[in-house]
Design a protein around this ligand. Sequence first.
Ligand code: SME
Length: 166
Amino acid sequence: MAESFDAAGLPVDKAARYRAIAGEIAAVLGDEPDRTARMATVSAMLAAAFPKFLWTGFYVVDPSKPDELVIGPYQGSLGCLRIAFGRGVCGAAAARRETVIVPDVEAFPGHIACDSRSRSEIVAPVFDAEGTLVGVLDVDSAELAAFDFADAAGLQTILKQTFARD
Ligand code: SME
């Protein structure tokens, strides 16, 4: 339950920590069907579980502009409101429909700097149960090269269990 969520008690090993937080997220969400509630809970619990996550949140596909992302639930400093498919790391992940890991944001052409402290970033696509892209999860860190394949696998597992059930 949310009341007993204790990030300090999570495993140190990254893959194990993702498995533990995936279980905590599933327990908190239960059968809650609202996608915004799910996104808000995932961003809050991931940000609490991983102290190096500087910005953790969702951009969702705008139903009225299917090639544009609009900001969704997030934890962190003020995020930019809209990102076109193909622009920045978020737009690249949405256009390619695949996870993008950026070890150094200054080396990524077209990176959108919402928080100047961000040094590295991972963005994973979010699909519903039909395989339709509904948005992306964006995580930024103030550390260079903060994210690797363990983060990609951990985040993808959480996104699948949380959003591919609509
Ligand atoms: N850096 C992202 C923009 C979103 S913010 O980091 C919150 C990008 O290049 O898509």
